[in-house]
Design a protein around this ligand. Structure first.
Ligand SMILES: *Cc1c(COP(=O)(O)O)cnc(C)c1O
Length: 390
């Protein structure tokens, strides 16, 4: 099969919740299509339960929720924010947009999350915040990071784009930092095409966050009848999604448990089905610490090297299966070099992982038969001896 024909097994496939069309039609005919209508309230309520009770403000994307955290930190040029290099661009760009300097630190080879020792080494008197990303919804040592943040008086922010429904020592991910963010982009477990949320676990931030999200005005207070007119109060922008989009999100969230269960079945199938093959071929399967409950967001394999990774991706493509690499190191990206700096020790693990990592197809509608098809195709791949020995 040539690589241009439609794949038998795509890399991802957005989930369709059964009630979403009904809810969208309802939102369209309700007369309330702007933000903060009944579906926004319902989605925020469902999300709040999943993240441990914090205040949830829906946003147009996770990127915008991260931008809001930067505004809420009132960052100034010269301030520093410690971020992983192995993450999506928005984890760093939010802070650079406010003139602060993202300081890139390495990830751990096991969880692929930020390395707490590298974070400690990167703290300076200009550091204002630490941002953690729970890669694949796998939590790192959040106790160590929390203590570090507390000792230095820093904000701990969770970019929780992968981690909705995950937990660390029985605490929900997204409920641990003072602020956390979520993504409902089409590629995420719960999706509405484009969307996100900001979660405020510190009640003192809620009013300021409402203002930032409503163009810098106190319109939220006005709608609640707490002031008789609304005015420009702070710097902000327009970060709230239409209630029509929140209708899609609500339908997805109502099926949260079954979406997660179906993704977990695929993840578990890969994990057991590929164990022998991985061991025999120098390939690392994902590592989930005992105190972490992951979210089956990605199934990453670490191949021995870049050449083997490329060979596996093309071997699978030849069988109609799409697999994909992931983040390229931010510290070495053109804008990362201009706007950020790298912490002490550099990011050698990030550079290695960026070359070696491959993600297998993972979505709720991936059938048991197709999961077997992927497993069989991967098992039929033998790294070339020359690369396997390197
Ligand atoms: C997807 C993702 C984002 C960006 O999400 P959008 O909703 O597309 O803005 C940010 N951070 C991480 C870790 C992500 O995976």
């Amino acid at each position: 099969m040539d690589t241009l024909s439609p794949p038998l097994v795509p890399f991802h496939c957005p989930y369709r919740a059964s009630a979403e069309v009904k809810y969208v039609l309802d939102a369209l005919s309700s007369g309330h299509t702007e933000g903060d209508g009944p579906y926004t309230r319902r989605a925020a309520e469902l999300l709040s339960r999943l993240v441990g009770g914090g205040t949830v403000l829906l946003t147009t994307s996770c990127t915008h929720a991260l931008d809001m955290t930067a505004l809420l930190l009132r960052l100034k040029p010269g301030d520093e924010v410690i971020v992983p290099s192995f993450t999506f661009v928005s984890t760093a760009s939010a802070y650079a947009l406010r003139g602060a300097t993202p300081v890139f630190v390495d990830c751990r080879l096991d969880t692929l999350g930020i390395d707490e020792r590298a974070v400690e080494a990167a703290v300076t008197e200009r550091t204002r915040a630490i941002v953690v990303v729970h890669y694949g919804g796998v939590a790192g040592d959040l106790d160590a990071l929390g203590k570090l943040a507390e000792r230095h008086g820093l904000a701990l922010i969770e970019d929780n784009a992968h981690g909705l429904g995950g937990a660390y020592r029985d605490r929900p991910l997204g409920g641990i930092g003072s602020m956390s963010t979520l993504s409902f982009h089409a590629t995420k477990n719960i999706q509405c095409g484009e969307g996100g949320a900001l979660v405020l676990n510190d009640p003192e931030l809620v009013e300021a966050a409402e203002i930032v999200r409503e163009k810098g005005t106190d319109r939220s207070r006005f709608f609640r009848g707490q002031v008789d007119k609304y005015r420009w109060m702070e710097l902000g922008s327009s970060y709230l999604p239409s209630d029509t989009l929140a209708a899609v999100l609500t339908a997805q969230l109502e099926e949260f448990d079954q979406i997660q269960a179906r993704r977990s079945r695929v993840w578990d199938g890969y994990h057991s089905g590929l164990a022998d093959w991985a061991r025999a071929n120098g390939v690392s399967q994902p590592i989930v610490p005992a105190d972490s409950r992951h979210t089956a967001h990605v199934y990453p394999l670490l191949m021995p090297d870049l050449a083997t990774r490329r060979d596996l991706i093309s071997h699978l493509a030849g069988r109609g299966i799409r697999a994909s690499f992931h983040y390229q190191p931010l510290h070495a990206s053109p804008a990362g070099l201009r706007h950020g700096r790298v912490g002490p020790g550099g990011c050698p693990v990030t550079e290695e992982v960026a070359d070696r990592l491959v993600r297998l197809p993972l979505y709720a509608d991936l059938t048991a038969d197709d999961t077997e098809l992927v497993i069989d195709a991967v098992r039929a791949f033998q790294p070339r001896p020359a690369t396997a020995l390197r």
